[in-house]
Design a binder for this molecule. Structure first.
Ligand code: W6P
Length: 360
């Protein structure tokens, strides 16, 4: 295929990270000149980033590249690469307008990459169980970390450009960055969503208490924070709910503390769900060991073993991906546990500064 030559050519070019400061300054000033500059930057930057991922998708260990779901994802990347490379040089606002439509369609094309890759991994797991070889999964794990981190960056860049076109932007928002985000508000919403899900599944949901300054705000991406807190609270609710299910004692509340430091804003989520053994901690962040089922709607021949835990358990990639969201802006996610008692999750959010995007 002719396109592969071009993919390799672009895949070896240097990626250009942007800083959050840059995104905020640029995005707060949507003049025609800036729209044009932004489109021109994406026209050269997106093919580089997408080409890298396409090449990696072709060369995965253990035959992961050949799994039907992974081939599908690979094709989405190649189609997007072609769309970008076949677009003419962006010279005026009419080029810019048309280009914006193209990248909007690319974003939609890639909407289901996370569950589809999860399906690919489950397809791999199924064949690996058959031949009992003990394989080293670090390579696959590191690939998926790079792959999803890169995806966060690509979607952030496209999202920021699309937001420049919004007619009535919120004065406190620069694209998807909220310059005065209240971590308490976002955390409350994420708790509400996680508890509603727990309620649907168990007919009950443990209480959650929050401690933090309601007036405190800082610049961050609310949707990223929502994803992370939702995932963590869901895990805690499930642990507490399962432990106190057939119990006369009232379930102990999940406790959340939000601390505003100089470098970091840290959110601690503590549960008394019985904890996890120390040996099980590293597994929380692996894509291959996750016990959760894949989405039965995507997985044609899944036998839906335990149907009632499908929603809460998700695809099992929630924790590693949450950590990537934190890392994308220079933060981190740590989980500590006391087996027999409960678990603490520390979500460190870096106050948005001069650090460049990490580019795998
Ligand atoms: C648990 C297991 C876990 C993972 C992540 C966050 C919280 C919790 N609680 O029991």
């Amino acid at each position: 295929k002719k396109v592969m030559e071009e993919v390799h050519q672009w895949g070896s070019m240097k990626q250009h990270g942007v800083t959050l400061k840059y995104m905020m300054e640029f995005g707060s000033n949507p003049t025609d000149k800036n729209l044009l500059l932004s489109a021109q930057f994406l026209h050269s930057e997106l093919p580089i980033r997408i080409a890298r991922r396409s090449i990696e998708l072709e060369n995965l260990p253990c035959g992961l590249s050949q799994k039907p779901a992974v081939l599908k994802v690979r094709d989405w990347y190649l189609d997007s690469f072609r769309d970008l490379r076949s677009f003419r040089e962006i010279k005026d606002m009419s080029d810019e307008k048309e280009f914006t439509k193209i990248i909007k369609a690319i974003k939609v094309r890639h909407d289901n990459v996370v569950p589809t890759m999860a399906l690919g991994v489950s397809q791999l797991k199924r064949t690996m169980n058959a031949n009992t070889a003990i394989e080293d999964h670090t390579e696959i794990h590191e690939f998926l970390d790079r792959f999803f981190l890169s995806r966060i960056g690509i979607r952030m860049l496209i999202g920021q450009h699309l937001e420049l076109h919004k007619p009535n932007p919120n004065p406190n928002c620069v694209g998807c960055i909220h310059t005065k985000m209240s971590p308490l508000d976002v955390t409350r919403n994420a708790i509400e969503d996680a508890r509603a899900m727990c309620y649907r599944e168990y007919g009950n949901a443990p209480e959650v208490t929050i401690y933090g300054d309601p007036d405190f705000t800082f610049p961050y991406v609310p949707i990223h924070l929502h994803h992370m807190v939702f995932e963590l609270v869901k895990n805690s609710l499930r642990a507490v709910q399962e432990r106190f299910m057939d119990d006369d004692r009232v379930a102990p509340p999940i406790r959340i503390i939000i601390a505003d430091g100089i470098e970091d804003v840290t959110i601690k989520i503590s549960d008394e769900g019985g904890g996890i053994p120390r040996s099980g901690l590293p597994k929380l962040f692996t894509y291959l060991y996750s016990t959760a089922r894949t989405n039965p709607l995507l997985d044609e021949d899944s036998d839906l073993g335990i149907a009632n835990t499908v929603t809460m358990a998700g695809y099992g990639h929630g924790l590693p991906i949450s950590r990537l969201y934190a890392k994308y802006f220079g933060g981190d996610l740590q989980i500590l546990s006391m087996e027999g008692y409960g678990t603490d999750a520390y979500l460190h959010l870096c106050r948005l500064g001069d650090s460049e995007e990490p580019l795998p």
